[in-house]
Write a protein that binds this ligand. Structure first.
Ligand code: G4P
Length: 530
């Protein structure tokens, strides 16, 4: 297979849901179909095993949340599929955003009894910002569920996009009888003996075959189904592949991940409707994924996956061409060429060293502490720079310093590395040295993570004092030097670790004051990091 065929068969998607909707179960079933794992329960088992090797993960385990997101690759029907798992906890929405930057589409899992939940809403907004196609899997039909029409309406009203039910449920809970496939116009019947099975063969039956249908789902259900389908065909959106690919129409599937019902049809339709990796924008051009030269960007950095080795892994989304293990590549932000050491992929449960990878793939490489989120790595001749991953304005601020003044170097190194990973943001007062550092976070839990990690990984105790600021704005353009700006007395000028100027505010009033008193001052809520 040449490299273009390899790219053509790549599909890379993120899986998103509110905790407990069934994301892990669905992922596991995908892997089962792909033959990547043999037993249900393996995906969770893997997470537990990983927890055991790292104290840092202990914090995650204690809180019962998934802080880190992982990547898995498997093969199905000739396709090579990369699944990006997203952390569900609200404090880590920024990490989720970055993961979505690396995906070409998203699968949203919804609990049929609950409908849209807060975290689904948040994640959806992020997808919408990027206009990525969203596929909806409404899960747990083997339990009591809400009315499917009501669920459709909720999706459309809340998210402002069209929905197209690809299949339609017949009953739910104990009365769950299966789904109607609208494209094939046939019923896939779910039988009680399917419950608890890993792989099931649904029974297909034409809607006009009244006798067989009555036998499979009962007369009452058949009549209801015929009525529902008439209503759907008359009232719902037409299927439009272009709208799906533009992210304005979400194909919806009903099923039950636990009993494995509706998973395979979902996978098949999903693969049919999605595209291979799409072109990506750079600062001044568009990169064709099928171009032979390798290019990629860092969307995630994970430190100390194995504490004994103090390792740091940078995750790269490959945007074009073929990656070769022994080739030298340019780290654009540093201007240096290097070999990417220990390139690895997550094949279901295994981390394996890879010799080659292609556009659409995600690889993890050893990071000696040089990469930051959003950095570009490419073939030396290419000199591209991908659209940076924006840094969002944190809403909580603290000032920290090390308890033991002799450990200042170690302190600065620790905070800088954790900031490079994007776990927190780091600021300092210009011309003040680094005795004290201001850290900002989107959620306060991140401060605890910072404290924990500095202690455990860098052996540094810190003092932390919360600051009253709630807003931060990057200075996009200023009429004069920052220290000459006319600002309210409680506004503070700081710089981030890239040396960009920012202002810290206590309230929105001070932001308006700054804008009104300084003609030509432009402030921004996020940094583009080009
Ligand atoms: P998450 O990753 O989105 O957080 O959800 P996860 O897959 O862990 O599923 C959450 C719970 O919902 C699990 O039960 C899981 O077995 C159950 N579940 C997932 N899909 C279905 C489904 O289609 N039908 C039914 N009835 N249940 C489903 P748990 O008791 O919390 O965990 P476990 O002990 O089963 O692992």
């Amino acid at each position: 297979m040449d490299y273009k065929q390899e790219i053509e068969r790549r599909r890379t998607f993120a899986i998103i849901s509110h905790p407990d909707a069934g994301k892990t179960t669905l992922t596991e079933k995908f892997l089962l179909y792909g033959g990547a794992i043999q037993l249900a329960g393996s995906v969770k088992g893997k997470a537990t095993a990983r927890h055991a090797v790292s104290d840092w993960m202990e914090l995650e385990k204690q809180r019962g949340i998934s802080i880190t997101s992982s990547v898995m690759q498997f093969e199905y029907a000739g396709y090579c599929i990369n699944i990006l798992d997203t952390p569900g906890h609200q404090d880590f929405s920024e990490d989720t955003y970055r993961t979505l930057m690396a995906a070409d589409s998203a699968v949203m899992v919804i609990d049929a009894a609950k409908g849209i939940e807060p975290q689904t809403r948040k994640l959806f907004r992020i997808c919408a910002m990027r206009h990525i196609p969203i596929f909806t899997f409404i899960n747990k039909l083997d339990r009591e569920a809400r009315d499917p029409f009501e669920l459709m309406e909720e999706l459309e009203n809340e998210f402002g996009i069209g929905t197209y039910p690809v299949n339609w449920p017949i009953g739910c809970g104990h009365d769950f009888k299966g789904v109607f496939d609208r494209d094939r116009r046939e019923v896939l019947a779910f039988q009680d003996f399917h419950r608890g099975q890993n792989k099931i063969q649904a029974i297909a039956c034409d809607l006009t075959d009244t006798a067989l249908l009555d036998e499979l789902i009962g007369r009452r259900m058949r009549e209801k189904l015929v009525e529902d389908i008439e209503l759907l065909d008359g009232a719902s959106y037409e299927f439009d592949l272009d709208a799906v690919r533009a992210g304005t129409l979400s194909p919806v599937f009903f099923g039950s991940a636990l009993t494995n019902f509706g998973v395979e049809p979902f996978l098949e339709n999903f693969l049919r409707m999605t595209t291979p990796p799409l072109p990506r924008e750079t600062a001044d051009a568009v990169v064709d994924p099928f171009a032979p030269d390798f290019s990629a960007f860092v969307f995630k950095i994970q430190a100390n996956m194995n504490r004994a080795h103090r390792d740091r892994v940078a995750f790269l989304r490959i945007c074009s061409g073929r990656f070769a293990r022994d080739a030298e590549y340019l780290h654009v932000q540093d201007g240096k060429t290097m070999k990417l050491a220990q390139p690895q992929q997550m094949m279901a449960q295994e981390r394996a060293i890879v010799n080659e990878a292609f556009a659409g793939d995600i690889i993890g490489v050893f990071d000696p502490g040089v990469f930051s989120i959003g950095d570009t790595v490419c073939a030396p001749g290419m000199k591209v720079r991908f659209e940076g991953i924006p840094t969002f304005a944190p809403e909580h601020f603290s000032i920290i310093s090390q308890v033991d003044t002799m450990k200042r170097k170690q302190f600065v190194k620790g905070v800088t590395q954790i900031a490079q990973e994007g776990a927190i943001q780091m600021f300092h007062e210009p011309n003040s040295g680094m005795e004290e550092v201001i850290v900002g976070a989107v959620g306060v839990l991140q401060f605890e993570v910072l404290e924990y990690r500095l202690k455990n990984e860098y052996n540094i105790d810190i003092r932390r004092r919360d600051l009253s600021y709630s807003f931060i704005r990057w200075i996009e353009r200023a009429p004069c030097a920052p220290d000459a700006l006319n600002l309210a007395s409680d506004t503070k000028w700081v710089q981030d670790f890239r040396g960009k100027d920012l202002l810290l505010f206590n309230n929105e009033w001070s932001i308006r004051w700054a804008e009104q008193k300084n003609e030509g001052l432009e402030l921004s809520e996020f940094s583009r990091n080009w």
